[in-house]
Ligand binder design. Structure first.
Ligand SMILES: Nc1ncnc2[nH]cnc12
Ligand SMILES: [Zn+2]
Length: 349
């Protein structure tokens, strides 16, 4: 809840979320209950894992992306069966729907589960079941995107990309696109060019985390070397005016995650997230939660925090939501429906 007079509008906006890691929606209560179900002992020597509260307190003290990722990979180790993946995603969809999310494009990290011996179809089936339920019961549309982990050997990502089950999931549309995530420093986008070239040949959509902790140059590289159709984060684009003009002129969408950027110390405060700068420069962006269970903020919390710091106008919100809808990887028909919902909400406020 924000104090802005626009709070009712912000609640009612039909939202799209394009940057949410399903594993990052693993709330401590589900984490502990799945650990108990599977008899998994979570790092007994880390005081953070002694209680839900201790874990939440630790999440408030992340010092960097890598510090967060340590907890993120341990947390997801409790996901073992299809029903676990389904429960995780279903909880996220229910929460997102309450916040007004009408279309979600959700990430998952296959390698983080394959490396623990979980079959690709086990994890994906759970996510697909939850997606179907969200579409049927919550009337949301959902796309699933598989991300590659840049801290692992490129050969590992290539083997996963080429795997028959993964290829089948691209062909039948259960997975519509690929992304690139995990540690950014030391792993420049160009390392993954071969995978992205293959994805382009198969008409698989392409995005990558870039310019989160790493320099703006990684954004240019994700566009030029990987043929990315949008950029996840892109926060540091603001440091390069020439590239910023190019991104604006060519209409690439950034999936900004401002609360994540603050919690992971990529930017000191919400006021310093270059929201106004991007709006003024015509850089398109959407607002997203990234890893809501770890950063204590889902999408409505994020919209409210942006409003409190930047005091946006109705027109600004219309621009942000329009760009999010138009930058989504759904059909033109679905975009038209969402645009209609947006116009109705704007006209009522
Ligand atoms: N913010 C983030 N950056 C990179 N990899 C991630 N995986 C989950 N969240 C991430
Ligand atoms: Zn992310």
């Amino acid at each position: 809840m924000c104090k802005s007079a626009l709070h009712p509008l912000i609640c009612a906006l039909p939202k799209v979320e394009q940057h949410i890691h399903l594993e990052g929606a693993l709330e401590p209560d589900l984490l502990f209950s799945l650990a108990a179900k599977h008899g998994i002992k979570l790092l007994a020597d880390d005081a953070a894992f002694t209680s839900e509260q201790a874990l939440r307190d630790r999440y408030l003290r992340f010092t960097s992306l890598d510090d967060f990722l340590g907890y993120y990979y341990i947390g997801m180790s409790v996901l073992r069966e299809s029903v676990d993946f389904c429960e995780l995603a279903w909880r996220y969809f229910q929460r997102a729907a309450k916040d007004g999310v009408r279309h979600a494009e959700v990430f998952f990290d296959p390698q983080a589960h394959l490396s623990r011996g979980i079959d690709y179809n086990t994890m994906l089936q759970g996510f697909v079941d939850a997606k179907k339920r969200a579409e049927d019961e919550l009337h949301m549309s959902v796309n699933i995107i598989a991300c590659f982990l840049r801290h692992l050997p490129v050969a590992d990502s290539l083997a996963v990309f080429d795997n028959a089950d993964v290829q089948a999931s691209f062909r039948d549309g259960r997975v519509v696109g690929i992304g690139l995530d995990s540690s950014e420093n030391d792993f420049p986008p160009v390392m993954f060019k071969e995978i992205y070239d293959k994805a382009r040949d198969l008409n698989v959509r392409r995005t990558a985390h870039a310019g989160e902790e790493g320099p703006a140059q990684n954004i240019a590289s994700a566009l030029d070397n990987l043929g990315c159709q949008r950029i996840d984060h892109g926060l540091r684009l603001a440091e390069d005016p020439v590239l910023m003009k190019r991104v604006a002129d060519e209409g690439f969408l950034l999936t900004l995650c401002p609360v994540s950027n603050i919690l992971l110390r990529c930017v000191p405060s919400m006021k310093e997230v270059p929201i106004r700068k991007f709006l003024d420069a015509g850089v398109k962006f959407s607002l997203n939660s990234d890893d809501p269970a770890y950063f204590g903020a889902y999408i409505l919390d994020t919209y409210c925090a942006v409003q409190e710091a930047h005091n946006l106008s109705v027109k600004d919100w219309e621009t942000i939501c329009t760009n999010g809808i138009q930058g989504s990887w759904c059909s033109d028909e679905r975009k038209n429906e969402l645009m209609g919902e947006l116009r109705t909400v704007i006209s009522q406020h």
